[in-house]
Design a protein around this ligand. Structure first.
Ligand code: AMP
Length: 223
């Protein structure tokens, strides 16, 4: 099974992507993670990419597109979930060309729908429990509101992650995501247009529920 997943920062895309990957035993090809790996290893590509990543900008297509397509060839033969790519319309078209050339088919494209302000609140409202980072706490989500200023699960101290509070950085990422002319939504809609004609399924997934309810809805549609 070959799939693409789209969703803004704050939509739970990473969580849902991991669940799908596990369930269908797919290669999870995540452009951001590949960049982080290169940066960690100090490769030339990593050094070039880091400049852009640190500024919150997209890494240029000349670097990103060959890197992802190469990874897809190397690791994708048993089914893949592409996450974080394509991020703009140029990447979307190049991917489509490359898949056709390689004779690879897409089965599903998932778009997690979440209004921009909700996505932003989710990020800025996130609180981390000092005892366990997996204790969910968010001051803007009723189901997981902290208990006063303490962790709702264990009563531990809560703190924020610095990058969650950087409003300008969040806005910059969302500007790219929600741009439906040339940005990430344009890439998603490129595939939405193709879905009927090319025989793959495009799933609009409401991102406003809980992780579990979103997961259940998604898994029911992936059959
Ligand atoms: P992510 O982990 O998906 O948030 O990606 C981290 C950073 O890597 C992004 O902010 C971009 O700078 C860069 N990046 C990831 N995927 C892409 C892509 N498809 N095109 C360009 N830059 C990307």
């Amino acid at each position: 099974m070959n799939s693409l997943i789209f969703g803004p920062n704050g939509s739970g895309k990473g969580t849902q992507g991991s669940l799908v990957k596990q369930k269908f035993n797919l290669a999870h090809i995540e452009s951001g993670a590949i960049f982080r790996q290169h940066i960690g290893q100090g490769t030339d590509l990593g050094k070039k990419a880091k400049e852009y990543i640190d500024r919150g900008e997209l890494v240029p297509d000349e670097i990103t597109i060959p890197m992802v397509l190469e990874t897809l060839k190397e690791k994708g033969s048993g089914g893949w979930l592409l996450d974080g790519f394509p991020r703009n319309i140029v990447q979307a078209k190049k991917l489509w060309e490359a898949l056709n050339e390689a004779g690879m088919k897409i089965d599903y494209v998932v778009e997690i729908l979440l209004p921009r302000q909700v996505a932003k609140n989710r990020i800025m409202g996130r609180r981390l429990c000092v005892n366990d980072p997996n204790h969910p706490n968010n001051i803007f989500i009723d189901a997981i509101k902290p208990d006063g200023d303490k962790c709702r699960v264990c009563g531990g101290e809560l703190k924020t992650r610095a990058d969650d509070q950087d409003e300008a950085a969040i806005d910059k990422r969302h500007d790219i995501y929600y741009d439906d002319k040339t940005g990430t939504l344009a890439a998603a809609y490129f595939y939405k247009d193709l879905a009927g004609k090319e025989g793959f399924k495009y799933i609009d997934l409401d991102g406003e529920g809980s992780i579990d309810s979103i997961k259940d809805t998604l898994l029911k549609q992936l059959v």
